[in-house]
Design a protein around this ligand. Structure first.
Ligand code: HSE
Length: 428
């Protein structure tokens, strides 16, 4: 039986899961895939951790050079995360003729051009299913199944930490700060949660997924990004009253006018399939011109779900010697012919804190009208606020981003009206 030698760089949560999956399923892959996947090396600074997992001492490499020069290693699995030293290690492996399977979204998002160039030069494979949405096989779906479609749009809940936080805020009415602390205590959120809660993690993934979906490089720098740190329990509750659920959505659209790519908190109709994606689960909702709507759902992180994506790539790499790279036009930066839309169309949720007196609503309406914004839904509540102010909540029909921003500026300047508390985009 053909032997496939692998090395694992990093035995953290995902590396540990991958080690376990490959060792426990070794015979299963012999039977089902006709290959014997053997872990030839691991690279892990914490030797005790490696030994505790069952790695034999002589398999623990001292450095990347040892792995690169080991003729028994065919595929290097990079599960270290971060840009360096992962980038140097991956390039060393490719230049030594090893194929690479990586789960590193930041590395692939920022340096896929350089990595792919090295892979092609050395006739090695480069696989990255685990970089986006953990165990959910969205990359393979885009590469190997939906590629006959023009993908018109994709909307994804592609960050589990923020979905967990927003779900708790929605179901329990808790504040962002309370839920974040609980999520950190339970290990769902990192001690430094910035990458997740500010939307960087989702933007890296959207850059990769939209490049594949739209067949051209969509650099991270072109993605509009806004996190969930300013979201309040009040906004979530008002959204609920109006029939919407708040999610951190990654949105990519390919229209006749160009491509738009953005990550931000978004209200979606509570009956939309994405609204039912709760806790730390992820989902991607793709619309193709022929297939229509497809939704992929599952675990976007975690040891074994992410290991599932990695091992899938290892098997694919070992059994598909001629299909080895991404299929988008992987230029260093965006192709000059790609047109991006910044002033995109959306519906909007606006919450104002308004003076409770005659003419306020008329004034707000006149500002909306000046910017050609039409109101679809509204809540005006007399909550008996001691300062004489009341919440005023609007959902608009579709308008342009710049129009809403100008209207918000005008409302802010009109002292007698109101404070603008929140502006949140809505998928209508
Ligand atoms: N931190 C990510 C999340 C998982 O919360 O979804 C890895 O991308």
């Amino acid at each position: 039986m053909r032997k496939v030698g692998v090395a694992i760089l990093g035995l953290g949560v995902v590396g540990g899961g991958t080690y376990k999956m490959l060792t426990e399923h070794r015979e299963f892959y012999q039977k089902t895939q006709g290959i014997d996947i053997v872990i030839e090396n691991v690279l892990e600074r914490n030797k005790e951790k490696a030994l505790a997992l069952g790695v034999q001492e002589n398999k623990i490499a001292a450095n990347i050079a040892e792995i690169c020069s080991n003729p028994d290693v065919d595929i290097v699995i990079e599960v270290m995360g971060g840009v360096e030293p992962a980038k140097t290690f991956v390039l060393s492996a490719l230049n030594a003729g090893k194929s690479v399977v990586t789960s590193n979204k930041e590395l692939f998002c920022k340096y896929s051009y350089e990595l792919e160039k090295a892979a092609k030069k050395n006739n090695c494979g480069l696989f990255f299913e685990a970089s986006c949405v953990g165990g959910v096989p969205v990359i393979r779906a885009l590469l190997d199944n939906l590629q006959g479609n023009k993908v018109l749009s994709m909307m994804g809940i592609i960050n589990g930490t923020t979905n967990y936080i927003l779900t708790k805020m929605t179901d329990e009415g808790a504040s962002y700060e309370e839920v974040l602390k609980e999520a950190q205590r339970l290990g769902y959120a990192e001690a430094n949660p910035t990458a997740d809660v500010e939307g960087y993690d989702a933007a890296y993934k959207l850059s990769i997924l939209s490049s594949l979906a739209f067949h051209t490089k969509i650099p991270f720098s072109r993605i509009y990004r806004e996190g969930i740190t300013n979201i309040t329990a009040e906004d979530i509750q008002y959204g609920k009253q109006l029939g919407y659920t708040l999610k951190l959505l990654a949105i990519g659209k390919n229209t006749d006018d160009g491509i738009e790519v953005r990550v931000h908190p978004t209200y979606i109709k509570s009956g939309h399939p994405l609204a039912s994606v709760k806790d730390s689960y992820n989902a991607v909702y793709i619309t193709g011109d022929c297939v229509e709507d497809v939704m992929l759902y599952g675990r976007g992180a975690g040891a074994m779900p992410t290991a599932s994506a990695i091992v899938g790539d290892v098997i694919y790499c070992a059994t598909h010697p001629t299909f080895r790279y991404s299929t988008f036009k992987n230029t260093e930066d965006a192709d000059p012919s790609t047109k991006f839309i910044d002033n995109f169309k959306s519906a909007y949720y606006l919450r104002l804190n308004a003076h409770d007196k005659a003419g306020v609503l008329a004034k707000v309406s006149s500002i909306f009208s000046r910017h050609n914004i039409s109101v679809a839904q509204m809540i005006q509540e007399d909550d008996g606020a001691a300062d004489g102010r009341v919440p005023l909540v609007f959902i608009t029909h579709q308008t342009k981003e710049k129009s809403i921003l100008k209207a918000v500026e005008d409302i802010k300047e009109t002292n007698e009206i109101a404070d603008v508390i929140s502006v949140i985009r809505v998928v209508s």
